[in-house]
Design a protein around this ligand. Sequence first.
Ligand code: PAY
Ligand code: ZN
Length: 318
Amino acid sequence: NTRSVELNWTSYHNYDVIYSWFDSLAELYPENVTTFVAGYSYLGAEIKGIRIQLRENATRVAVIDGGIHAREWISIATATYIANQFLTTTNSTIRAAAEEVIWYILPVLNPDGYNYTIYVDRMHRKNMQVNESVDCSGYSGGSGIGVDLNRNFAFYWMANGGASSYPCSVQYAGPYPFSAPESQAFRSFIGGISENLDLYLTLHSYSQLILFPYGHTTQPLDNYYEQYTIGRMAADAIESNSGRKYIVGNSAEAIYISTGGSDDWVKGTFGTRLVYTYEVRDTGTYGFLLPPDQIIDTAEEVLASIPVLVQQLIRLDT
Ligand code: PAY
Ligand code: ZN
């Protein structure tokens, strides 16, 4: 019998601690929680997730991920906070939403990069893949290490800008789509559950935005209006929770043109009805270095928007 591990949200934790906590949850809630490994990182770390099903007859499936970018620590802490709340909340609205859906939560899609930001270079964004030898000294736009996983997905890969073929760039898209083991792991994981996938929520920081596909064009997607309206409702729920304003729009117009993101790939490949990229706190005061005393408030505001997304999914179905 392993010792039970508890997590807190007053500091940031490395993936070993998070994964041990997952194991404890699976022991504590054997009826509702299982862990799974989506695949392995470049350096061989597990990309581990937790599956939460509170009601036996739940059929809708949702994925929440975080940490695709190494330095965006708050996305990881928010994902674990949400998992914990789904299991322990006394708020009936949150509980009801949690029960409607089978949740797959993968807080650390880029474990190697996350460790590197904890122990070596706090501002690293990419994974830790070794690129073809190229001298990045004297280049201020990034380091030679790694691929930007959010440019490595096979949907309009490197097609319309906002991604780079230069290995030193922070937005290096990799030599070909799915060249990174982490994006491959995500592909095979999603491939296995895509059939009933209704909601994909990918957490990033920072800017306080609720983005939806696509990143390669400002041209509205098929259900633009639906995604926009529901995104707007989610932003309203956030604002009533904390007073924070989140701007809603498709990626290309609300932030910038980009290609090869996980959101666009999920939408473009599987047609998943609701796909959102949340850029959580803040708007630049601390940026990626969001102090740990803001973890709970940030995670709470994100959590407050989840019942809205679930209720709208149900409405669309009926
Ligand atoms: O879905 O359009 C999208 C992705 C947008 C994000 C990206 O570049 O991948 C936006 C950035 C991010 O979270 O990585 C925003 C931050 C502030 C950045 O590094 O530019
Ligand atoms: Zn990001």
